[in-house]
Write a protein that binds this ligand. Structure first.
Ligand SMILES: [Cu+2]
Length: 461
C-alpha cells in the first residue's frame, strides 16, 4: 500500500493541485479532519463460511462507516485513496458547494491511487443521505463502496435510537466470489440485478432493539440497479421522510417503492414482547424476501408513535411556478454507437442511452456542453420524458426539486434529489437554480449512467 506524505494531501477546491500548505498551523492540526476515509480493497465475509475477495470499502477493515454530520455545521473529511486505481467521492443528496461534489473533471480531478483529498462542506439539510464513488462507478460500487450519511437536526424528534440500513445486492456466485458485475444486454434494458441481498453488508441481519421503543430506521437503497418494493411487517411503522425530506404527514409503512439512490426514514415502534419480531421485507413477484429482522429485547419501554415530534422541513427554496421557465429532457436510446471515451474512471465500452439525444462522452476532461444553462436564482420546471420501456431513477446533484405532475399517476408533493421516472412516463418537477456550478444529472441505474444516460446542468454564478 502506498503511504501518504503531507505533500500528497491535496487541498479541496475545483482542480486544486496545490500541495497541502500548513500555513500557520502545526502539521498535526492541519492534518486532523473530523472524518477520515481510506478507500481500500479488502477480503470480507458476506456469505457465511466464505470470504469474498477483492471487495472495496471506505475502510480497510470492514463495511463503509456511517458518517454523521450536523445540519449547518461545517465538516471536513480526509479521503485517502489506498486503492490501486483512481476514485472520487460524491455525497448523494447534500446541497453543498460545487467544488466538493466529487464528480471527476466536472468538479475536481480524480484522486489518483496513493493520493488524498480533503472535502469540506456544510450540509444545509438534515436527513438520511449516502456516499459513493463517481469514478469507475460501476465496479467500485459493485465491490462495496456505498455508505450511509446521517445529518442530524438541532432538534431531536424523540426517538430512542436510530438504525441506518444500507440496502443493496452483491453479484456473488455460490462460492461467495464476485461474478461479472453486469451483462451488456441488460445494460441496454432494465439493468443487471445482484444475486445476494444484504443490509449493512450482511444477508438477513438480526438487530436487537429495546422492546416497546421508537427507532428511526434509515433505509438507504444504494444498489446499482434494483427498483424494489419494501415493507415493514410485524410492527407499527410510519414513513416520516423520503429522500431526506420530511413528509407533510407521516404515512403508514404499507409499502414503498425505492429506486437506486433513494432513501426512506421509517419510525418503527418495536413490539412489546421478545416473541414478536418485526421484519424489513422486499416484496418480489416470486415471494417476499426478509432483508432484516428486528428482535425486541427487555421489558417494554411502552413508547407510542404519537409521542414523536414532527421533523422540521429542510430549507429548500420553493420554485416560483408562475414565472418558471420550462426545460425539456428526453431520456432514451442513443442515436449513435460511439462508445464513451476511455478514462482512468472507467468506461464499459458501450453506448446505449442518451439525454436529449446526446450520450455522455465518458468521465474525461472534456470539455462537454451542459444539457442546459440555468440562471442563478431563477425558477425552472424540468420536464422529464422517458422514451424507453425501462424505469430510470433520475438524480440531480447540488439541488433538490419538487415533484409536480406526471402523465401516468398522481405524484405526492415530495422534495427530492432522485425521482423514479417510470417507463414511458412524462414528469414535471420544479426547482430554484440556487447553487452555482456544473451539476451532474444522470440515471442512478449505474449501467445506464455508464452507457450514456448522464450529463450536467450548468447554473451560472
Ligand atoms: Cu436508467
Amino acid at each position: 500500500m502506498p503511504g501518504f506524505s503531507r505533500r500528497e494531501i491535496l487541498l479541496g477546491g475545483a482542480g486544486a493541485l496545490t500541495a497541502f500548505a500548513a500555513g500557520g498551523l502545526g502539521a498535526r492540526q492541519a492534518l486532523a479532519a473530523e472524518h477520515s476515509l481510506t478507500l481500500s480493497r479488502l477480503n470480507h465475509s458476506v456469505l457465511p463460511e466464505t470470504v469474498t475477495a477483492d471487495m472495496m470499502s471506505f475502510s480497510p477493515s470492514g463495511p463503509p462507516p456511517v458518517l454523521r454530520f450536523r445540519k449547518g455545521q461545517t465538516t471536513t473529511i480526509d479521503v485517502k485513496n489506498a486503492l490501486d486505481e483512481a476514485s472520487v467521492v460524491h455525497w448523494h443528496g447534500l446541497r453543498i458547494a460545487n467544488n466538493m461534489d466529487g464528480v471527476p473533471y466536472l468538479t475536481q480531478y480524480p484522486i489518483e491511487a496513493g493520493n488524498a483529498f480533503r472535502y469540506e462542506f456544510t450540509p444545509p439539510d438534515a436527513g438520511t443521505f449516502w456516499y459513493h464513488p463517481h469514478c469507475n462507478t460501476l465496479e467500485q460500487i459493485a465491490r462495496g463502496m456505498t455508505g450511509v450519511i446521517v445529518v442530524e437536526d438541532e432538534e431531536d424528534a424523540g426517538f430512542d435510537s436510530d438504525l441506518p440500513l444500507n440496502i443493496r445486492d452483491f453479484r456473488l456466485g455460490g462460492d461467495g466470489q464476485f461474478i461479472a458485475f453486469y451483462k451488456p444486454r441488460n445494460a441496454a434494458r432494465g439493468g443487471t440485478l445482484g444475486t445476494v441481498s444484504t443490509v449493512n453488508w450482511q444477508p438477513q441481519p438480526v438487530y436487537e432493539l429495546a422492546a416497546g421503543s421508537l427507532v428511526r430506521l434509515r433505509l438507504a437503497v444504494t444498489d446499482l440497479t434494483r427498483v424494489g418494493r419494501y415493507t415493514v411487517s410485524g410492527a407499527e411503522a410510519l414513513i416520516i421522510a423520503i429522500d431526506s425530506n420530511p413528509l407533510p404527514q407521516p404515512v403508514a409503512m404499507d409499502e414503498i417503492v425505492l429506486a437506486p439512490g433513494q432513501r426512506a426514514d421509517v419510525a418503527l415502534r418495536v413490539p412489546d414482547s421478545e416473541d414478536e419480531v418485526a421484519k424489513l421485507v422486499l416484496k418480489k413477484p416470486n415471494g417476499d424476501k426478509v432483508l432484516a429482522t428486528f428482535q425486541p429485547r427487555g421489558a417494554s419501554a411502552g413508547r407510542d408513535l404519537r409521542e414523536l415530534k414532527p421533523l422540521k422541513p429542510n430549507p429548500v427554496p420553493q420554485a416560483d411556478l408562475a414565472n418558471a421557465e420550462v426545460l425539456d429532457f428526453v431520456f432514451g436510446w442513443s442515436p449513435g454507437g460511439d462508445a464513451p471515451q476511455a478514462s482512468i474512471c472507467g468506461s464499459l465500452g458501450y453506448t446505449f442511452w442518451s439525454i436529449n439525444r446526446v450520450a455522455w462522452g465518458g468521465d474525461v476532461p472534456g470539455p462537454f456542453d451542459p444539457l442546459a444553462t440555468l440562471r442563478h436564482g431563477k425558477s425552472y420546471i424540468l420536464r422529464f420524458r422517458n422514451e424507453s420501456p425501462n424505469d430510470h431513477p433520475i438524480h440531480l446533484h447540488g439541488m433538490s426539486f419538487q415533484l409536480l405532475r406526471s402523465n401516468k399517476r398522481k405524484l405526492p408533493p415530495l422534495v427530492t434529489d432522485t425521482a423514479l421516472l417510470l417507463e414511458e412516463e412524462t414528469m414535471e418537477v420544479a426547482l430554484v437554480a440556487d447553487n452555482p456550478g456544473d451539476w451532474a444529472f444522470h440515471c442512478h441505474v449505474i449501467e445506464h449512467q455508464k452507457t450514456g444516460l448522464a450529463g450536467f446542468l450548468r447554473v451560472e454564478a
